[in-house]
Design a protein around this ligand. Structure first.
Ligand SMILES: Cc1cc2nc3c(=O)[nH]c(=O)nc-3n(C[C@H](O)[C@H](O)[C@H](O)COP(=O)(O)OP(=O)(O)OC[C@H]3O[C@@H](n4cnc5c(N)ncnc54)[C@H](O)[C@@H]3O)c2cc1C
Length: 353
């Protein structure tokens, strides 16, 4: 019997985990990733609840624990950098926190011999037929697959092509921010520091590399389009937002411009009535992003991948039944996380709508 073929768009957390489970279940999996290679960025991600079971099933839990940032908490400071309070480590680091690039590398190592990875390419069209999905790519030759999975994050191309345009599925939570690494001028040692002002927040922490700190500068904005604008415009928006902010902010703005690992992202959620259409299904941020302010995105991506794979196995290849059961099992959990994301954004000065 020929193996069922699956195309996964996105080699992130959900894509790699799902690919592993589907491969184990006899599927032939191709993963197309827009980036030219594995992505690395300065922020850390954390795991909570049932995500630990998924890491265990993937066989990577011990390796992941080896990269624990071992944070000891966050100091809250006033406008001049004076201490005004403390947050326990769990607030931002959950039960276990690791740098995202380490997680991505571990999942890629686990799956590189199981899946066919194609880097530096992206879907341009997909057309569903009774017996498969015809896919066209920016670079590769057109191909057909039995199933197509969108695991391609907040701005999912699969969602855009098979569901609805971004304007109808993304809900901006009123805050955006930049992340980058800088010299650890604050002398942070497995600790973080948070300064929240009027519509701005500075957060910095240092863990694995004592000489460097990861910095996040967030600001309240009603302009989600900034995510798709050039870096120069994003930096200017940050300089405008932090113009009156003192303490270390001016130095951090300079470090931002010099940083070679700068990224910009808005706190946004994905809301869809259904996570599948025909032979196409979404997993992780692509289908139901809860926003970074929920602190649940990575756990949700892992749990989503495992739930989808399990339901495909249980339905013995009946994708329609599997997709329905996947969504029925996960909806409530996702809704709870999205509420947390909205509350988190509001606490940083964003909106709850
Ligand atoms: C600043 C920031 C801080 C965060 N902090 C936390 C945290 O503390 N805790 C937590 O749990 N989560 C956090 N998150 C969220 C977390 O990173 C995501 O929720 C999680 O990675 C979702 O996994 P995913 O596989 O759905 O998407 P991703 O891991 O984002 O993977 C999507 C992949 O798809 C690729 N892609 C995009 N477009 C295309 C395309 N057209 N074709 C092919 N590939 C494409 C991307 O390059 C990427 O590799 C944070 C996110 C940000 C931005």
């Amino acid at each position: 019997m020929t193996k069922k073929t699956v195309l996964i768009s996105g080699a992130g957390v959900a894509g790699a985990a799902l690919g592993h489970f589907l491969h184990a279940d006899g599927y032939q999996v191709t993963v197309v990733e827009r980036a030219p290679g594995l992505r690395g960025s300065g922020y850390a991600v954390d795991f909570r609840g049932a995500a630990f079971d998924v890491l265990d099933e993937l066989g990577v839990l011990d390796e992941i624990r080896g990269h624990d940032t071992a944070m000891r908490g966050t100091t809250l400071v006033d406008a001049d950098g004076g201490e005004i309070g403390r947050l326990p480590a769990e607030t931002f680091a959950g039960e276990l926190e690791v740098p995202k690039p380490e997680l991505t590398k571990i999942l890629h190592r686990l799956t590189e011999s199981e899946l066919t990875y194609v880097f530096g390419d992206s879907l341009t069209s997909l057309t569903q037929h009774d017996d498969g999905v015809a896919v066209e790519f920016e670079h590769g030759a057109p191909r057909s697959f039995d199933l197509v999975v969108g695991a391609d994050g907040l701005f999912s191309k699969v969602r855009q092509l098979a569901f609805r345009p971004h304007e109808q599925t993304l809900r901006h939570l009123g805050m955006s921010g930049a992340g980058f690494t800088a010299d650890n001028v604050l002398g942070l040692d497995h600790t973080g520091v948070l300064q929240s002002g009027e519509g701005t927040a500075v957060y910095a922490f240092s863990a694995a590399d004592p000489g460097r700190m990861s910095v996040s500068l967030s600001f309240a904005t009603a302009a989600p389009v900034l995510d798709r604008r050039p870096r120069t415009e994003q930096e200017q928006a940050l300089r405008d937002a932090f113009a009156g902010v003192g303490w270390i902010a001016p130095d951090l703005l300079k470090a931002m411009t010099a940083a070679d690992d700068f990224y910009f992202s808005s706190s946004a959620q994905v809301h869809l009535d259904a996570w599948s259409t025909g032979r196409v299904v979404l997993v992780g941020d692509a289908g139901y992003c809860a926003a970074p302010t929920a602190g649940m995105g990575t756990s949700q991506a892992l749990i989503g991948a495992r739930t989808l794979a399990r339901q495909l196995t249980a339905a013995n290849g009946d994708h329609t039944a599997a997709f329905t059961a996947y969504e029925a099992e996960l909806r409530e959990y996702v809704t709870e996380n999205q509420i947390k994301g909205q509350e988190g954004a509001a606490a940083f000065g964003g909106s709850t709508q």
